[in-house]
Design a protein around this ligand. Sequence first.
Ligand SMILES: Cc1ncc(COP(=O)(O)O)c(C=O)c1O
Length: 414
Amino acid sequence: MKLASRITRLGTETAFEVLAEVNELRSRGKDIIALSIGEPACATAPHIKQAAKDALDRDLTHYSPSGGIAELRSAAAVYVSRSRGIPVDPAEVVVVPGGKPIIFFSILACVEEGDEVVYPLPGYPIYESMINFVGATPVPLRLREEKRFSFDIGELRSKITDRTRMIIVNSPHNPTGGVIPKNDLHEIAELALEHDIWVLSDEIYSRIIYEGKAESISQFPGMKERTIILDGHSKTYAMTGWRVGYGVMPRELAAHVTRLMTNSNSCTATFTQYAALAALEGPQDSVDTIVEEFRKNRDLIVRGLNAIEGFHCHTPAGAFYAYPNVTEACRKHGFRDSRQLQQFLLHHAGVAVLGQQCFGTRLPGDDQEYIRLSYVSSVSDLQEALRRIREALADAQRLKAFFKEQEDRDLVRQ
Ligand SMILES: Cc1ncc(COP(=O)(O)O)c(C=O)c1O
């Protein structure tokens, strides 16, 4: 049967494939420490779970309005107004199942076939996937390690053409943990205003920041009218499996995105929305606690990674990922690229990480290798993972066995 060509352009998030591989290895009794998936390891706070249970007991199990229950849209409007310093009306909020649908819907609603969309590279893979899916041209903007994974504004300026329809910013950033300085956001805002461009501002990690406060591009004059803020509960409240997030956008766009919700999901699960309301309105100490925990984990993992020969790791300013440069380690041990290192660490060290190929297409001339480690596990798991990585890379027998397996696999493929 013939498939629509657009479906072949849709990418994926390989973190989920690695997760499946980890689960498969574990089901065969292998001991794997998974630093691959981006979700807080702690449980959702009890008062949030209780709100969901209460909602179930009150039979709040039917359809809700497609854009979300009024109470949650109001609470999100109040929260975003306060945290970003902009006025937000509940009619500008659309509640969706997770943060991801806001990427899907805003690109579907704002970007035409043949348009160009500038997005961060490395970056969350769904940006590139969705840009390709709608038939637009992905225009990667390289994040520079020497700028603590921010970008060069001159380079951004050179990427803007009369076809540029959208710029995607993500700060704090997945996978690097970089935070875009306020001045740089201001420069992006000026470009967006000058060239009449939408900005999709992915602020899902805005509460997970270690120095100061996350700034939103929506705060600059004229920007609220052209910015779609993506936020949600997955990371902040350890609610990845609940599937609840929201977008804040101009009222007219919110009406279209709400129609996309009606056409796709009908609504976000109703009792989940009541839990999300309790999260926004209830005590925030669980958020402060996880950020403090992540800060300790960050310091431990950065120190540990920098002690491994051939690894160089910046201290991330936000999110919960370390993104060491492993180019020297790859060269020293003979790994073709970070994907091979990822495979070695999974099968011969029992540690799951993600190679840079999971975060976008490699640009010509880019010869640096990185891996991403999510540092949300317990201190003892992180210490053990670091020990395993160090020991595996120092073990000539294990390296030899790995390269032999690779050779055999290549022979079978030929
Ligand atoms: C940058 C970024 N945006 C959006 C999302 C999607 O979040 P959710 O799980 O709420 O859909 C993620 C999840 O990893 C992310 O890292």
